[in-house]
Design a protein around this ligand. Structure first.
Ligand code: BGC
Ligand code: BGC
Length: 720
């Protein structure tokens, strides 16, 4: 291959440049590419459909000097056409195996549509729900998000990329993108080396250990170096330390953006920095395409770097079997068989029902009884909306496949009483491409009808929420409260009927201050996907239990963020909330979340015994067992997530006050008890010590076992 042809492989453009249609997921329009340039590129993003992709591939290969097939990549995040709950919701199931299963389904649907590679899993750790992309994450805990990113990677890739139904996965965004300062999108990350290595890296490492085929750089800077130009991060850490040998891509236009960051003066500088850092593919800029050849010819960039990158890309094409079959699994017939088939829908319904988190349930408001169904007013814009999907779902507003809450309620009960109540958005506002055309008069009518209905009924369930585009890339929000129109609806309904529950649809934990005083019950339903309506009705009617647990704490106010339960003690720790006397924290709000990591109610109650150990001494090569007995003390069968946390009491550097180290989801009949045992081994106690070596330190540890991260149910052991 000529130098120009090799550089072509390193360039990725969206389908439009080849004459197709594609979803635009970043700034476009200023990419300076000619049709001659397009002839040599290596990969395409966000083109869709078996027929379209086959046609693009045919035309492209016929014109390519060596007939090298294109790679087709796409953001298949939580499903392809059968849409599952957003990753944040998936993590609330505390069942990584479900995410593996649904990623398999997504992979099967995407592959028959001609997709070879997905830009998932996103393994960014998060601590600030003002950031719009928390919905794509698996929450604030490194251990749990690592389990989920590993499971998703297994789900997409399975064994053998060339096998039918498998697509290559991407781990993204390296590194630390979720730590964007102030939750502001694309913001810099000023985090310590230990925070990066001990906390943020686990999600990425877990996916790499599962053999993820590709990785993506992040938009942010780390230690004031943009990731896409960070040689230390990409070569020393990602490749050498983490052992990643796959293809590394820049995020959308991130190579060119090195100029805006102010580390490159020209596109040539940007291309040089990125290729030296080891970025194989330049997504959606012309830096590589137009600058690398001259840089090599002038002796500035070593051609060996181009060869290495090109070879990695060709190897991936080979692993996917594209040289034998450039369409891979693209098949119109399979599309018709698999897309949105009953089996896929059934899984979507199951995962969604397990992802809901019940935060408050006074007077056992939920589950509704059969006799409640005709005496309850079901009100709110989320009764009717079809927009129950996370932002990375390529479905339109008129999507016929989504099960709305309205449809599911009518299936559950013929004479159900419904009202819209309000628009989703305040009048005159919009959310990205979503515009509602509600007038003041229409809104007034909606309020009137809702209030009338609420007056006539015993109970009210309000279905409220964020517009789905309010939690997305480039959708950071300083305020995470719901829209005024919806909060006003809640207050008006409360004036006539105080027996209210609120079901919240959102991509992030929202500010509940203006909801909790009016609601006896609050359920987080997240963005539940295609079967969202069925799933929420299954759960609120008690046909299925509620079992989700928060993987990101719900704070009292967004002003508390960033916040995590895995914080450190200061020299003046705050032991009790509102203990102001020369203690760490605010004087007006507690230091902890309102509902912490791991929290969630069930329809029954559980009691935990104290923690017992089979030995209070742990030796390097042995293990000890920590147990509790959990009893279902309520009247219904139910599940809970038994969680084990460990604290290293004294370290050479300060250690988190608690870290999740194990969990088990159990289901118990009324009055049934079960003993749950966790094995503790030395490797669970490792961290980056004072000299940056990775290992444990001898001494005392506290082990906590309980039903959320605030548990004080504990005992002590020693590592000798
Ligand atoms: C996002 C990535 C995504 C890419 C391609 C970027 O804007 O940050 O997560 O994979 O676009 O759509
Ligand atoms: C303050 C210092 C002060 C010292 C003696 C400390 O609590 O942080 O600024 O000088 O007390 O009063």
């Amino acid at each position: 291959m000529s130098l120009k042809e090799k550089i072509g492989q390193l360039c990725q453009l969206c389908g439009d440049f080849l004459g197709g249609n594609s979803e635009i997921t970043g700034p476009s329009g200023n990419v300076n590419i000619s049709s001659e340039d397009v002839r040599l590129i290596g990969s395409v993003l966000n083109a869709m459909g078996a027929e379209e992709i086959k046609a693009l591939q045919d035309k492209f290969m016929a014109n390519h000097p060596h007939h090298i097939p294109l790679l087709f990549m796409m953001d298949v995040i939580n499903g392809y056409e059968t849409i599952f709950p957003i990753p944040l919701a998936q993590s609330c199931t505390f069942e990584p195996s479900l995410s593996e299963k649904l990623s398999r389904v997504a992979s099967k649907e995407a592959s028959c549509e001609g997709i070879h590679v997905t830009f998932a899993p996103m393994a960014d750790l998060v601590q600030d729900s003002r950031w719009g992309r928390v919905m794509e994450s698996c929450g604030e805990d490194p251990y749990l998000s690592g389990l989920f990113s590993a499971a998703m990677t297994r789900g997409f890739q399975a064994v053998g990329l060339d096998k039918k139904g498998n697509i290559a996965a991407f781990v993204k965004h390296l590194a630390g993108y979720g730590m964007a300062e102030g939750g502001r999108e694309y913001e810099n990350c000023e985090i310590s080396m230990r925070k990066l290595l001990d906390d943020c890296m686990n999600g990425y490492t877990s996916s790499i250990n599962e053999g993820v085929a590709l990785a993506m750089t992040s938009f942010n800077t780390l230690d004031r170096i943009p990731s896409t130009a960070n040689k230390w991060l990409m070569r020393d850490i990602l490749r050498d330390k983490m052992g990643f040998d796959g293809v590394l891509i820049s995020d959308w236009q991130a190579v060119e953006e090195l100029i805006s960051h102010g580390v490159a003066e020209t596109k040539a500088d940007a291309a040089r920095l990125a290729i030296e850092a080891g970025v194989d593919i330049d997504m959606m800029s012309d830096c590589y395409l137009h600058e690398l050849e001259k840089l090599v010819n002038d002796g500035v960039v070593n051609e060996k770097l181009i060869d290495e990158s090109c070879m990695r890309i060709l190897k991936l094409k080979n692993k996917l079997g594209l040289f034998e079959n450039p369409y891979k699994d693209a098949s119109k017939e399979d599309e018709d068989t698999y897309i949105l088939c009953d089996e896929h829908r059934e899984l979507a319904r199951e995962v969604a029902s397990k992802s809901f988190v019940l935060l408050k349930n006074d007077d056992s408001f939920f589950p509704l009884k059969a006799s409640d169904m005709t005496n309850t007013a079901f009100i709110g814009p989320y009764v009717y909306t079809k927009r129950l999907y996370g932002a990375w779902s390529w479905v339109d507003d008129e999507d016929k496949n989504v099960i709305t809450v309205e449809k599911a309620l009518k299936e559950a009960c013929e004479n159900v009483k419904l009202a819209r109540g309000s628009s989703v958005l305040n009048i005159g506002t919009f959310a990205k491409d979503f515009v509602e055309k509600t007038t003041e008069n229409e809104l007034a009518d909606m309020y009137t009808q809702a209030v009338k209905l609420a007056k006539e009924c015993d109970k009210v369930v309000l279905f409220l929420g964020e517009e789905r585009n309010h939690s997305a890339e480039a959708s950071a929000r300083a305020e995470t409260r719901l829209q005024d129109v919806q909060l006003e609806l809640l207050k008006r309904v409360y004036d006539v009927n105080t027996n209210i529950a609120v079901v919240v649809f959102s991509g992030r934990p929202v500010d509940l201050r203006e909801i909790l005083p009016y609601a006896k019950a609050v359920m987080m339903a997240w963005m539940p996907g295609t079967e969202g309506g069925h799933a929420i009705v299954d759960v609120i009617t008690g046909k299925k239990e509620v079992s989700g647990r928060l993987t990101m704490g719900v704070t009292h106010t967004p002003a508390q963020m960033p916040l995590t339960y895995r914080h450190f003690n200061t020299g003046r720790p705050c032991f009790k909330d509102y203990d102001f006397n020369f203690r760490t924290g605010y004087n007006d709000y507690p230091n902890t979340a309102l509902y912490p990591f791991g929290y969630g109610l069930s329809y029954t109650t559980f009691e935990y015994s104290s923690v017992t150990l089979d030995s209070a001494i742990l030796h390097d090569n042995s293990c000890i067992n920590a147990s509790v007995t959990v009893t279902n003390t309520g009247e219904r069968k139910g599940s809970t997530v038994v969680q084990m946390y460990i604290r290293d009491m004294v370290g050479s550097v300060v250690r988190p006050v608690k870290e999740l180290k194990g969990f088990e989801k159990i289901t118990l009949e009324p009055k049934e008890s079960k003993t749950v045992t966790f094995k503790i081994t030395e490797d669970m106690l490792r961290f980056y010590r004072i000299d940056m070596s990775y290992g444990s330190e001898k001494g005392a540890f506290t082990v906590y076992i309980g039903d959320d991260s605030s548990t004080e149910n504990m005992t002590i052991f020693t590592l000798e």
